[in-house]
Design a protein around this ligand. Structure first.
Ligand code: ASP
Length: 925
């Protein structure tokens, strides 16, 4: 508002205070101006400044002598200068914009002691000048060496570790000399490369640009004439060199006059200026120029502040300094100006005095910052404004006076610009398949065709979707296999890091660890997860130390069940065999030679006692005498012998195993043993951790892993997990990141993490070095973290496939299972027992039948009657005594009983047994 008012007051003043107010008594001071093109933009500040000076200052009246000068012919240029010096009242100083003729014009002016003003970059003179000899030159363009240093400071502040310099001519190379020295900053780094390429004649710069594209270098310093910049950038866009990851630093001071928005690019373009076209002083001056134009030509020509070239700005300051100094000198004794002829040796009287005062004068209202010169007339104080062309903001200023560079990057503004760029494109996100970060999505119904991002799901997908929602960009997932390692043979990075470096992706996300090596070549977002390396191992081991029933372990459950069942069966079988075999019917009174009845001691209790005594290796006080029962007992003894000795041996092994084997509870413990192999994922940060570790334990582990045969390295974490589960006797442990271990433990309850974490690190989203959108991504990650979204995501994906432990799994998960004696190991002895018992049963039957035959012969009854009698007797478990000679009535009784049974089928078993007991009692008494 104030500025506008000021402008209006200024304009009004101009209208009412006309040019007719000139005081004719003033000294007329003519400024000589040599231009290649008389319609040059410098006319505007020239006219305006002189107009203003003449209007407000009463001491001198300024006029101009303008002549066209040859841009190439130095002789013609010197003639033009001579005619200018000789004209009318002579000139107080000469300005020229002809770069090529500067040397001849300068030496002529020096000869006539007339100040010679220029506004162009001038290469430092290789010839050492005589310090005593005064030169006519005053150059308003910064000193070449200081300017080169300023450029180098700016490149350093851009933090480019490598770049390509495109220069047009030798002068450009001189400007780049300080930048080239940046290579020395880090000569060892494989990334700190500076490539230098010459632009060539043009106008087709595509071959050169394609060559640069193939180097995968993103950072380009472009030093060329302003009128070529648009063409080069347009062609760069055509060859795909104006993408989000491309960064340009344009050294031309007139880049602001170009409308780069035509390029519609997401590339980062940085340029420089010596003035600030947005400052109030500059805008007021430009407005004044407009008004003067209106006064002089009676037409209003709007001037765009951004169209004002640096040369025009510097010329304004030159005229300002000259007129100010002349005015100051005009007071007393005044300034003498007279025409000079090139044919005479007469020199200007006050020319060098004027130059001397100009060098020390410091006018206010300059547009190009502070004016300070050395004795040579070189400008040693100036400011270079570094401009980010995305949003046309000054991000830094280089101050030559105190050799410093101040960054004024407004992070919010830069971030907004970067976000705008991200929104314009489809962000390519490189990732890899690996549970639970990214997995193939199952179609929700048969025949569903999944495309694009729909093909995948997982933590990474949700994370990027969350960030994309906050920033507002579209993204596309692309799959890569590896995480990313430097391959020394191919001299390039592979995997996700390679994708970023080779510009195939804007972001890379998965369980990608932030490592110093990776950080050297790519940028990472702030961490979204923290973790460390842990040891994944089989679960069984811990249980054994607290088992109260360890004594059961030598046999498997099935063996215990079979043995117990067999004990019962054999005892019962023995009981019947003993009853059937005549050998076990003994004379109860040995002194009586012909006893009436025989006794069988093998009741069911004694049978159980005998078998128990044998299997406990204690023996028994009574033993069978019948052949069949002895066979049966014999095989049982054999069975007992094998079982008890197997049990004893195995129990000893089980009990000693625990004390002999140190439990694996740390990396240290792992490293000190050789029985349990351990490995890790190849090509990841875990491998790098061990390969680069200086800690002796990890070095030892790394050596062991490298020497292990077969290889202990796995291509994926999944393979490692499978190997831990499948290796017999838990002889393999897998070194894996803790987040993965957590996930595996949730989904596979037979696995566990052993010991503490070996290190501490984080996962981050990778992106190209110095990515402008890094802050935006960081902000989004932070927001997701603060709102608990990250935590929720982790919970969702880590618990999604969670499995409750199954009993069967726990059983099989016990590592001592393999040591247990199962039915497969002891099947043979069970078989022997079976055969033996079968044999003894067969023998008992034969003996029994033979005995029946003898009875039938001795007692004169039929064989069938004898068989029935004996069978009935053998089956009656309550009878333990037997007549030596059975009564015939037994046979008839049994016959009548049979009839009885036939009559009444519904008689109970107990009734039958009681009946049988009654008949036996009859027999005895
Ligand atoms: N997360 C690791 C990486 O980024 C892979 C690993 O070693 O487990 O390389």
């Amino acid at each position: 508002m104030e500025v506008k008012m000021w402008r209006w007051l200024f304009s009004l003043f101009f209208f009412f205070y006309g040019v007719d107010k000139i005081d004719c008594s003033k000294t007329v001071v003519t400024i000589g101006v040599l231009l290649e093109d008389l319609s040059s933009q410098i006319n505007i500040p020239l006219n305006s400044t002189i107009y203003k000076k003449n209007l407000f200052d009463q001491r001198a009246y300024f006029s101009t002598k303008m002549m066209q000068v040859s841009s190439t012919d130095t002789f013609e240029a010197s003639l033009t200068l001579c005619s200018m010096l000789d004209s009318d009242l002579g000139v107080v100083a000469v300005y020229s914009d002809s770069i090529r003729t500067i040397p001849i014009l300068e030496s002529t002016c020096t000869f006539f002691e007339i100040p010679f003003l220029i506004t162009n970059w001038k290469s430092p003179s290789p010839i050492k000048r005589d310090p005593e000899k005064v030169r006519a030159l005053i150059n308003f363009f910064p000193e070449a060496e200081l300017f080169a240093k300023g450029l180098a400071d700016i490149v350093r502040s851009l933090q480019w570790s490598s770049f390509i310099i495109i220069y047009e001519n030798e002068e450009g190379l001189i400007r780049m000399q300080e930048i080239l020295k940046l290579q020395e900053l880090n000569p060892d780094s494989k990334q700190n490369n500076i490539l230098v390429m010459q632009l060539g004649p043009g106008p087709d710069y595509r071959p050169l640009l394609k060559k640069i594209r193939n180097t995968t270098e993103d950072n380009i310093i472009l030093d060329c004439n302003t009128n070529k910049i648009m063409m080069i950038l347009t062609q760069a866009k055509e060859v795909g060199m104006l993408e989000l990851h491309n960064r340009y630093f344009i050294t031309s001071l007139d880049a602001h006059t170009l409308d780069l928005s035509y390029l519609n690019t997401t590339a980062n373009i940085t340029s420089i200026r010596l003035h600030d076209p947005k400052s109030d002083d500059f805008l007021n001056t430009v407005h004044r120029w407009e008004l003067t134009e209106f006064e002089n030509h009676n037409r209003r020509v709007p001037l765009d502040p951004l169209s004002i070239k640096t040369e025009t700005v510097l010329f304004h300051d030159a005229v300002l300094l000259l007129t100010d100094t002349v005015n100051a000198m005009s007071i007393r004794p005044g300034i003498n100006i007279s025409p000079l002829s090139c044919n005479r040796t007469e020199t200007s009287q006050d020319g060098f005095t004027l130059r001397k005062y100009m060098l020390i004068n410091t006018p206010s209202m300059t547009l190009s910052g502070p004016l300070k010169f050395n004795d040579e007339g070189g400008r040693i104080d100036f400011n270079i404004h570094v401009v980010d062309n995305i949003d046309d903001t000054v991000i830094a200023t280089s101050y030559a006076a105190n050799n410093s560079l101040v960054l004024h990057r407004d992070y919010n503004q830069t971030m907004d610009a970067a976000v705008l760029n991200l929104q314009k494109i489809t962000v390519i996100v490189s990732s890899r398949i690996g549970e639970p970060y990214l997995m193939y999505r199952q179609p929700s119904y048969e025949g569903e065709i999944l495309t694009g991002n729909n093909r995948y799901e997982g933590y990474s997908m949700d994370l990027i979707a969350g960030i994309a929602k906050i920033i507002g960009f579209n993204f596309q997932f692309e799959i890569t296999e590896k995480y990313g390692n430097y391959d020394p043979t191919e001299r390039r990075w592979n995997g996700l890091i390679g994708e970023i470096l080779e510009k195939r992706a804007h972001l890379a996300v998965c369980d990608l660890t932030i490592t110093p090596e990776r950080r050297e070549v790519v940028d990472f977002s702030m961490p979204f997860m923290t973790l460390g390396i842990g040891i994944l191992y089989y679960k069984g081991e811990a249980d054994k130390t607290t088992d109260m029933f360890k004594f059961l372990e030598p046999f498997s459950t099935s063996v215990w069940i079979y043995t117990a069942t067999l004990y019962l069966v054999i005892s019962i079988v023995l009981y019947f065999i003993a009853r059937m075999t005549p050998g076990d019917w003994e004379n109860p009174q040995p002194y009586e030679e012909n006893p009436e009845e025989l006794e069988n001691i093998w009741d069911i209790k004694n049978c159980f006692w005998l078998t128990l005594g044998s299997i406990m290796t204690q023996g028994c006080d009574i033993l069978p005498k019948g052949i069949s029962s002895r066979i049966a007992v014999g095989v049982w003894w054999f069975f007992s012998l094998i079982m008890t000795s197997s049990y004893t041996a195995n129990l000893a092994a089980f009990l000693t195993k625990a004390s002999l084997e140190a439990p694996i509870d740390s990396a240290e413990a792992l490293s000190k043993q050789t029985k349990i192999k351990y490995g890790l994922l190849s090509g990841g940060s875990t491998e790098s951790f061990f390969a680069n570790s200086n800690f002796s334990t990890y070095q030892r582990m790394w050596l062991n892993m490298q020497q292990a045969k077969p290889s202990v390295f796995e291509a994926s974490n999944d393979d490692g997990v499978q190997r831990v589960r499948n290796t017999k006797n838990a002889l393999y442990a897998f070194l894996m990141e803790s987040t993965q271990i957590e996930y595996v433990m949730a989904t596979k309850p037979d696995l566990k993490r052993v010991g503490d974490l070996l290190d501490s690190k984080s996962y981050g989203i990778a992106m190209p070095m110095n990515s402008p959108y890094r802050s935006a991504i960081n902000k989004a990650v932070l927001e997701m973290q603060e709102t608990g979204v990250l935590e929720k995501l982790k919970k969702t994906w880590w618990e999604k496939n969670k499995e409750e432990p199954k009993d069967s799994e726990q059983d099989t998960g016990d590592e001592t299972d393999s040591l247990k004696l199962g039915i497969s190991n002891l099947g043979g002895i069970f078989l022997v027992l079976g055969i033996g018992i079968a044999m003894s049963c067969a023998f008992a039957i034969v003996e029994f039948l033979w005995n029946c035959r003898n009875i039938s012969v001795e007692e004169h009854i039929t064989y069938m009657q004898a068989l029935k009698l004996e069978l009935k007797f053998a089956c009656n478990v309550f009878i333990t005594k037997k007549r030596v000679k059975p009564l015939l009535s037994e046979a008839s009784s049994s016959e009548s009983e049979k009839n009885e049974e036939n009559k009444n089928d519904s008689k109970s078993m107990i009734h039958g047994i009681l009946q049988s007991a009654e008949s036996n009692l009859n027999i005895v008494h």
